[in-house]
Design a protein around this ligand. Structure first.
Ligand code: CO
Length: 189
């Protein structure tokens, strides 16, 4: 297990459509373990393989333990994920580990059903709301070469947030400052 370096905004791997996972072999297991380590090290809620430079349709998601959701603290691995149902548009707060230092409100669906395969190739299906639904949408976007900034009408919608040396809580305070309708720390993945 190892933390891998993150691909940054300029890296072409983040802007291309990733390839389907076809082999659930040892190297895939190693990649998944490394992605989980990297997600934890970066304090992300989710991470997609292109973010560690691997163009594969694979993502990991783990809601914070203290999150109010039945799946909180449980690791979700999705290979070849697809959204099969989505409802209730809204605009939650969102940021990306590959675009550090910025957040924005992004148009998403509040309720999403995603299906895919787990780390062993078994078919799985998850129903998620709020942060979990946002995770599925953000990470599947990554697999299609789409970043949250691509979903904004204007780059002016990006808000700088303090990242260097800031704790999660400080970052959240900066992200939510002056906007009491979005007090949560938002999604990062
Ligand atoms: Co991201």
């Amino acid at each position: 297990m190892a933390v891998r370096p993150l691909a940054n905004y300029d890296n072409p791997v983040l802007h291309e459509k990733a390839k389907r996972v076809s082999r659930f072999d040892g190297s895939l297991q190693k990649l998944i373990d490394d992605m989980v380590d990297t997600m934890h090290a970066e304090h992300g809620v989710g991470l997609a393989a292109p973010q560690v430079g691997v163009s594969l349709r694979l993502c990991v998601v783990e809601l914070p333990e203290d999150h109010e959701d039945g799946l909180a603290g449980q690791l979700i691995v999705l290979a070849n994920p697809e959204i099969v149902k989505a409802s209730e548009p809204y605009e939650p707060e969102e940021g990306c580990l590959s675009v550090p230092g910025y957040m924005a409100q992004v148009r998403r669906f509040r309720h999403v059903t995603a299906k895919g395969r787990d780390r062993h190739g078994k078919e799985v299906r998850y129903k998620g709301s709020d942060l979990l639904a946002q995770a599925f949408q953000h990470e599947i976007d990554h697999l299609n070469g789409v970043l949250f900034v691509d979903r904004l009408e204007s780059r002016d919608q990006l808000r700088p947030v303090r990242r260097e040396g800031a704790t999660e809580t400080e970052g959240a305070a900066a992200a939510g400052a002056g906007d009491s309708s979005h007090p949560s720390r938002g999604y990062r993945g």
